[in-house]
Design a protein around this ligand. Structure first.
Ligand code: ADP
Length: 513
């Protein structure tokens, strides 16, 4: 209860209350001890004095008791008037009979039954004492005294009043003194508390408490100041790090913005370049398509007229004209092939080539193909071998697929002399899919690894000397590869210089319809 009350007070009030309570309690305890000691002294003194009075009364009454002289005994008893503390007295004879009584101011004169020996007993208001009377060893009777304790109570009352007064004064004095002295303890603590409050309110770690003593509160202030210094230093470091971070973030953001702007510019220029390239490509494809078309019309007319003239020359037996006209026809047909190739590749690149897909059996087209290629093979002294390990249905544009295979076979014939050309049809599994595969193998000049990488690009040929020797535009493989891939197939190549090449076409097998 008190501790709760004290706990809620401010430190000043606590110190005043504590020192006052301690001082008051000490004084109270001292007063109680003094009171007890005084009371014991008084009681002892009273007993002693009462015993002396009883002794004197007994000694004076020896004669009256010896002769049972009541009048003398009463006279002697009445001498007790000189002792105002004695309220009542009785003189007993040796038989225990009351010989004389004394009472102060009309109090009742009844006597208690006699007891032997010296006895002293306290009641609430009196000390009751029996004292034997003897002479020369003979017991003559006894004296009974009732001694009033009012004087003791009066003394207690005075003591109580004085000590209450003194205690109150001392408590007030202690209160005044402690309220002065407590400042030496409370003021540094209150000062520290106020500085701590200011620091937490303002966030200024530069504030310091002022040290006024070297005791524990002084040490507390030193440690507080030290702690503030450390916190302040850390706060500064943190601020510096934060500032640095902010600057770095700003710089990074700036450089990122610049980078983004640059990338956007590059991206835009790439888009523009792509658009320009696409436009150029479209223009090129358009030009090639138009040009090829425009070339084909007069070329067909030239070929038609040359054939007619050749027939006429044969009919008239003009053999030299027949030879010349055959040369014109050969060159014209070759030119037509070239124009057709250019038209095809430009259509493919423009995405304008239409395929007419149908499901066919591999046998149907392969046989026909062999018949076409056989004369070509013979021309260079080559032997054509045809082997069918397996067959199946594929879904292709028959004309375009035949064109691709024919290109591979005619290349094999073109770049092989007095060797062997073989066409093998078989099945294979590629990426979990069942495929039909055509291997066109020759024992010709072969292709280097370097050349193989760019062979399927349009207009690419191994070297200019071979072009000169064999003719061609470098478009056949590019067209074949694109056509096959448009039909879901692939063309791959394996070759060794001087040994020969194998071009492999693979098309997915389909169910017959
Ligand atoms: P081209 O009309 O020039 O023959 P292709 O695209 O069909 O065009 O062939 C490109 C080039 O690839 C040829 O010029 C040739 O150098 C090389 N080539 C193609 N097939 C073979 C082969 N079977 N053996 C060696 N070289 C080949």
């Amino acid at each position: 209860m008190i501790s709760k009350f004290v706990a809620r007070r401010r430190i000043r009030a606590k110190l005043v209350v504590l020192s006052t309570v301690v001082a008051g309690s000490a004084l109270l305890l001292a007063g109680i001890a003094f009171w007890i000691y005084q009371s014991l002294l008084y009681v002892e003194a009273l007993k002693r004095e009462s015993s002396t009075i009883a002794q004197m009364l007994g000694d004076n009454s020896v004669a009256a008791l010896t002769f049972s002289d009541r009048a003398a005994a009463t006279e002697i008893a009445n001498t007790l008037r000189a002792e105002p503390r004695v309220a009542k007295a009785c003189l007993f004879g040796s038989t225990g009979a009351v010989l004389a009584t004394y009472a102060r101011n009309g109090e009742p004169r009844d006597c208690p039954p006699v007891t032997s020996g010296v006895t002293a007993r306290f009641t609430a208001h009196h000390l009751l004492m029996f004292h034997p009377v003897s002479f020369n060893g003979d017991s003559l009777g006894s004296v009974y005294l009732e001694v009033d304790l009012a004087e003791m109570y009066g003394m207690w009352l005075r003591f109580g009043i004085i000590s209450t007064f003194v205690l109150s004064l001392a408590t007030l004095f202690a209160m005044a003194l402690s309220s002065k002295l407590q400042r030496t303890i409370s003021e540094p603590i209150l000062h520290l508390a106020s500085i701590a409050g200011q620091v937490s309110g303002s966030g200024h770690y530069s504030l310091r408490a002022v040290k006024t003593s070297d005791d524990e509160t002084g040490q507390l202030i030193d440690q507080f100041n030290d702690m503030m210094a450390k916190i302040g230093e850390r706060d500064r470091q943190l601020q510096r790090a934060q500032d640095e971070l902010e600057t770095r973030v700003q710089e990074r953001t700036q450089s990122l913005l610049i980078e983004i702007a640059e990338r956007k510019a590059v991206e835009q220029s790439l888009v523009n370049a792509k658009l320009a390239a696409e436009a150029a490509n479209a223009a090129k494809s358009g030009f090639l398509a138009n040009m090829s078309h425009e070339l084909r019309t007069p070329l067909n007319a030239i070929l038609g007229y040359s054939e007619m003239l050749e027939e006429d020359a044969r009919a008239t037996g003009n053999t030299s004209a027949v030879t010349d006209l055959q040369r014109i026809l050969f060159a014209g047909r070759h030119l037509l092939d070239l124009v057709n190739d250019v038209l095809d590749i430009s259509k493919i690149e423009a995405g304008a080539l239409q395929l007419h897909l149908e499901t066919v059996h591999s046998h149907d087209m392969t046989k026909e193909l062999v018949a076409t290629v056989d004369p070509l093979a013979r021309r260079n002294g080559n032997r054509l071998e045809f082997r069918v390990d397996d067959g199946g249905f594929i879904r292709v544009d028959v004309m375009r697929f035949r064109q691709s295979l024919l290109n591979l076979l005619s290349n094999a014939c073109k770049f092989t002399s007095n060797g062997k050309i073989s066409l093998t049809v078989s099945r294979a599994v590629e990426g979990g899919k069942e495929m039909l595969r055509w291997d066109v193998t020759d024992t010709g000049i072969g292709i280097s690894d370097e050349d193989m990488k760019r062979l399927f690009q349009p207009f690419s040929q191994v070297d200019s000397s071979s072009t000169r020797r064999h003719g061609g535009t470098g478009l056949g493989l590019a067209i074949s590869k694109r056509l096959c891939s448009m039909m879901g197939g692939t063309i791959t190549l394996a070759s060794t210089i001087g040994v020969g090449s194998t071009f492999t076409v693979q098309m997915p097998l389909v169910d017959p319809q």
